[in-house]
Design a binder for this molecule. Structure first.
Ligand code: ADP
Ligand code: ADP
Length: 226
């Protein structure tokens, strides 16, 4: 079975003037360990799909299966990384990364080991005792990625995570993410409106039509990664 299956998912929002359709019958699946991007213009419904998979929004029609089971609300099996940094400002980098483990009751040693591993993976050794306010945008997103991976989710859901960064930092972050993906072997669903970004990162790109969104085509990326 695929890791993630989206079956005929649609979404309408109630508005003052009635209803607006954000997403039409959309179906796709992602295999274990695959890196998939959804590419489409702004406003086409990409965030809506991701939020539905994350359990932050309820689909109007259709269903979402993770490992063959229907999802119910949000859960630690789905890690989420957004464009705006959602780090806990009162916790250090290290504490942010190990927060999920602490909630699960892991020992201090396990928390330290996992934090050290991910700090190294994202290239932030030496920053473990910094607070988020002391970090640049790219560094904050590194911590957000490390924090998600440290929780060992079944799938990582990423909503334009590098959208607020300058071009150079964005390129660096794409490399960091690919390295983290190759090492962690996680399944990743990444949404973006940036063609270069989606092709650089993904095994397969799903293209979404202008709103209301519907998946149009799956394009396998066969180029060799550098
Ligand atoms: P994208 O991520 O591709 O930019 P979104 O999924 O954010 O697109 O939005 C798709 C469409 O649904 C947009 O037209 C947006 O205005 C609308 N929409 C999203 N969330 C809501 C909401 N909570 N209420 C009403 N309309 C919404
Ligand atoms: P990134 O390295 O994540 O792409 P930037 O390009 O903004 O982020 O930062 C470039 C480099 O500047 C960082 O790798 C880091 O070495 C240094 N730097 C940025 N902010 C700080 C800070 N608050 N304290 C120490 N060094 C910093």
């Amino acid at each position: 079975t695929p890791k993630l299956e989206i079956k005929e998912v649609g979404k309408t929002f109630k508005t003052k003037s009635g209803e607006t359709s954000a997403l039409e019958k959309t179906s796709f699946s992602i295999n274990e360990g695959e890196f998939v991007t959804i590419l489409g213009p702004s406003g086409c419904g990409k965030s809506t799909v991701l939020r539905i998979v994350g359990g932050l929004e309820e689909a109007t029609t259709g269903e979402v299966l993770l490992d063959g089971k229907a999802i119910q609300g949000p859960g630690p099996d789905r890690g989420m990384v957004f464009q705006s940094y959602t780090l806990y400002p009162w916790l250090t980098v290290k504490e942010n990364i190990s927060f999920g483990l602490k909630l699960k009751g892991s020992s201090q040693k396990e928390q330290d080991d996992v934090a050290r591993h991910y700090l190294q993976l994202i290239g932030l050794e030496g920053f473990e005792n910094h607070y988020p306010i002391q970090l640049s945008g790219g560094m904050k997103q590194r911590v957000a990625i490390a924090r998600s991976l440290a929780n060992d989710p079944e799938i990582l859901l990423m909503d334009e995570p590098f959208g607020a960064l300058d071009a150079q930092t964005r390129n660096i972050m794409q490399e960091v993410l690919l390295k983290a993906w190759e090492e962690s072997k996680k399944t990743i669903l990444f949404i973006t409106h940036d063609v270069d970004e989606s092709i650089f990162l993904a095994d397969s790109v799903y293209v979404m039509t202008a709103r209301p969104g519907r998946l149009k085509k799956k394009i396998p990326i066969t180029l060799e990664r550098p």
